[in-house]
Each structure stands twice: as structure tokens, then as C-alpha cells.
Design a protein around this ligand. Sequence first.
Ligand code: HEC
Ligand code: HEC
Ligand code: HEC
Length: 436
Amino acid sequence: MAKTLRRAGLTLGAIVVMGAIGYTALVQYGLHKSYPQALQPESGAALQDQIKRGEYVARLSDCTACHTAQGGQAFAGGYRLETLFGAILSSNITLDKETGIGNWTQEQFDRAVRHGVGSHGYLYAAMPYNAYAKLTDRDLTDLWAYIRTIPAVKNEVVKNQLPFPFNQRWTLAGWNLMLFDDAVFKPTLNKSAEINRGAYLVDGPGHCAACHTSKNLLGGDSNSYLQGGTLEGWHAPDLTPNPHVGLGSWNQGDIVSYLKSGTNRFTASSGPMTEAVENSTQYMTDDDLRAIASYLQSLPASSGVQPAPVAASDTAMIVGKKVYESQCNACHVSNGSGIRKMIPTLANNPQMNSADPSSLLNVVLKGSQGPLTHANPTAAGMPDFAWKLSDSNIPDVMTYTRNSWGNAAAPVTSDMVAKARANLQAKSWAGGSQSQ
Ligand code: HEC
Ligand code: HEC
Ligand code: HEC
């Protein structure tokens, strides 16, 4: 018996040692693998065109969203991203030789952007290299030509401030092995060129799934592709043609208008989507926006079933209606229709029907400045209600708006509002008027 146990122990030990050796080999292989560059940078007039194309690729990819800190210089890094494991700061990607990527070759740039290996080893997936892996050689080379025109800025960024063991970059080799599909975009043969272009933009540079696909326990994409995700206190809704919580009742023009101006006849963007619209999607050509819309419309609708609305006789609905009439009517109008292109309609609005009310809580508690775009330069604002309404009136008015005018969604509870107040560091209720 003792002998068998000892033998089992030895076998187990051998497996662990072999595993460790295999893993170390994998880490070393991953860090030193070379990526031959098929395309070379242009020169002369052709270089000017290439730089212009590269600038457009940077717009499509929204590099500036994360690599420019608030009030900081363009692409000098230091923007803070909250992840499941702690905060990560973005890198300085200007050409400064000491603190940026001034000594890099195109191959090193490619290794970081498409393959997830940077100056300090594996990159965290907060840098969406799992989407950028899809970039074509052409787009990657153009992007590099553009990045090389950005003025160098000296800005030392803390490379890692995660707690142990998440600060160990070598562990990310395992993450990549399980969750990273390191492959350039391949068009689907039986789909139109427009739909393929849309798929490329959504899955590659646009990295829409980073926010619109829910994450699994390891922080990778779940299988519910583009069916809605939650990030930093916001809910990014279902983008499939689900008629209740997705884009089922939006036509191609509605999607194009939303991405170009931040508004359409149903809604207006807020939070992280406003940033995406202001920095990225408003600059996309109409052809590219139409391609994205056609692709999203071609997806199979998610299968969520529409719940029955909360009954109008429910106390929350009765009180919620009173709160709505005194606080919200003036802008959103009594039938929830809003005012076209200025105040979003709350009726027939997929975000209102989403099971997860995070974005709605965010907007109602903290208020929101609507998107400012070339197509819509005078956006209206939503006032903050955290100080004005109590933890019982806010859930009531939200339950009421989520279950009136054809909407149907789970009630919002006082507990959810109290938690959101704390997480979002919203103001406390100042007392004052309360409807019961
Ligand atoms: C969603 C946020 C986000 C977006 C969008 C983003 N990045 Fe990053 N990027 C990061 C973060 C965070 C890091 C640092 C990751 C780390 O330390 O592991 C990073 C790291 C990098 C690095 C590695 C630098 C080094 O010294 O190792 C490069 C190069 C880079 N990004 C280029 C780009 C380019 C080019 C784009 C647009 C195509 C882009 N990034 C878009 C968040 C982002
Ligand atoms: C940084 C995170 C993030 C990225 C990247 C992002 N979105 Fe969003 N998106 C959101 C959030 C959050 C909302 C909800 C905004 C609101 O409620 O006003 C949203 C809303 C939307 C809506 C409106 C849906 C509705 O029902 O109201 C559309 C359409 C949309 N996004 C499309 C896209 C597309 C296409 C891309 C990629 C090109 C993309 N988004 C990339 C976070 C993101
Ligand atoms: C002064 C006008 C005004 C008042 C009053 C107002 N809102 Fe708004 N509301 C807006 C505007 C403008 C937006 C769009 C903000 C944006 O795009 O970020 C908005 C957005 C919203 C949204 C997000 C909709 C979406 O599609 O994501 C919700 C929910 C909302 N309001 C609920 C309410 C409730 C509930 C009240 C009353 C307690 C209220 N609003 C009072 C102007 C107003």
C-alpha cells in the first residue's frame, strides 16, 4: 500500500515537473516568436496616403480612448482601466525612446497589437489585442505608419499595479492558450462583401464585443456573442435583432444614425458608448456604418423571452407614475415618447427593457450629458436625481418606466439603488419631497 502511494506520489511529481517545463517553454516560445512582416511602409506621396489610411484605422479602433489620459497628451498613456482583477494603466505609445515605443520596429508593434506581447511581456486583455488580432496586414502596416507621425511625449507609466498573483505576466500565457484566437479575419464565403466588411469592423478594429459580450470567470468572452455585457457600472445592451432587448425594431438607418450622431428616434447614447461615438464611430464613413448595421442585422436574434410587465395596480407602479409626472414628464413626455433627437424616448427602447438596469441607474443617479458629435452638436443633458429622490422613489419610477408604454422588465429594488449609489459614488438623498 505504502509502496503504491509512493509510486503515485512520484508520478504526480513527475507530471507537475513536466507541466512546469512545458509551461516555461510555452512562455519563452510566445515571448520570442517572430512575426514576419509581409508589407513594408510606403515612401514619398504613397506614404502620405498610407498615413491617412492609418489614421482612419486608429479611429476605427479607438486607440485614443485608452491611450490618452484625461487632460493628458495624445497617446501618452496613463489612462486607468478598472478590470475584474484591479486597475491597469495604458502604455505610452508615442515615439519617446525611453518611456514610449520610439525604439520599436513594425514587427514589435505587430507583436503587441495583434499578438498581445509588449515591452514587459504578455499584455493584459484590457488592451483588446484579441480583437485587433483580426486586423489585416494592410491595416496594421498603415496604422504603424500613422503612429510614427505622433509627436513623442515623455511620460513614464507604472507598468503594473495589480495585486499578486495577477501581476505575474507569465501567467497570461495560459490565458492566451485557453481564450485567445490569434488569427487574422477571414471573410465568410456565402456572405455579401458588405456583411463581411461589417463583421471585420465589429470583431476587429471596433472591438464591440469587449463591452457588448458578457465575460466568463476568467475575463474572456462568453458564448453569448454580442448579447449584452456589463462593465464599470454600465450595461452595454444586446446588439442582436432580439425585438425586446436588442435591435429588432431598429432599421439600418437607425443604427447608422446612432453610431454617427449618438442619437436616433429611439434613444441617445450615454457613458462609455458616448465616448465610443465621440472618438470613433462618428468618424466612420457611411459605407462602413451601413456595413456594421447590415452585419448586426444578419446575426441570429438572442433567445431571451419577454417577461410579463409589472401590473399597473402594483404599488411601485402607482407611486412611480406620480414621481414620473412630477420629475420626468417635462422632458420625457407623459407617453414616454421624449423629443425627437433631443430627449430619448423611454417607450420601445431596448435599454429600458434590459434585464440589467445598470446603465439606467447610472444615468438617473448621476445624470448624463448627451453625445456631442458633428452630426448633433447641441446635445441635451439629463439632470442627476441622486440628491433629489429617495432609495424608494428611484426604484418606483424606474419600475414604472420599465413597465409602461409597451415596456416590460424586472422591477428595480431599493437594494439595487443603494448598491449603485455606493458603487458609483453618487450623491446621497438630500431629504425633501417624497411621494408614497
Ligand atoms: C480598451 C482600451 C485600449 C484600447 C482601445 C487600446 N489599447 Fe493599447 N493598451 C491598453 C492597455 C491597458 C495597455 C497596457 C497593457 C498591459 O500593461 O499589459 C495597452 C498596451 C499597448 C501597447 C504595448 C506597449 C508596451 O510598451 O508594451 C501598444 C503598442 C498598444 N497598446 C497600442 C494600441 C493601439 C495601436 C491601439 C489601437 C489600435 C490600442 N492600443 C488600443 C489599452 C487599450
Ligand atoms: C467601451 C465599451 C463599448 C464599446 C467598445 C462599444 N460599446 Fe456600444 N454601448 C456601450 C454601452 C455602455 C451602451 C449603453 C449606452 C446607453 O445606455 O446609453 C452601448 C450602446 C450601444 C448601442 C445602443 C443599443 C441600445 O439598445 O440602446 C449600439 C447600437 C451600440 N452600442 C453599438 C456598438 C458597436 C457597433 C460597437 C463597436 C463598433 C460598440 N457599440 C462598441 C458600450 C460600448
Ligand atoms: C431636463 C430634461 C430631463 C429630465 C427632467 C429627465 N430626463 Fe431623463 N434624459 C434626458 C436626456 C437629455 C437624456 C439623454 C442623456 C444621454 O444621452 O446621455 C435622458 C436619458 C434618460 C435615460 C436613459 C435612456 C437610455 O436610452 O439610455 C433614462 C432611463 C432617463 N432619462 C430617465 C429619466 C427619469 C426616470 C426622469 C425623472 C426622474 C428623467 N429621466 C428626467 C433629459 C431629462
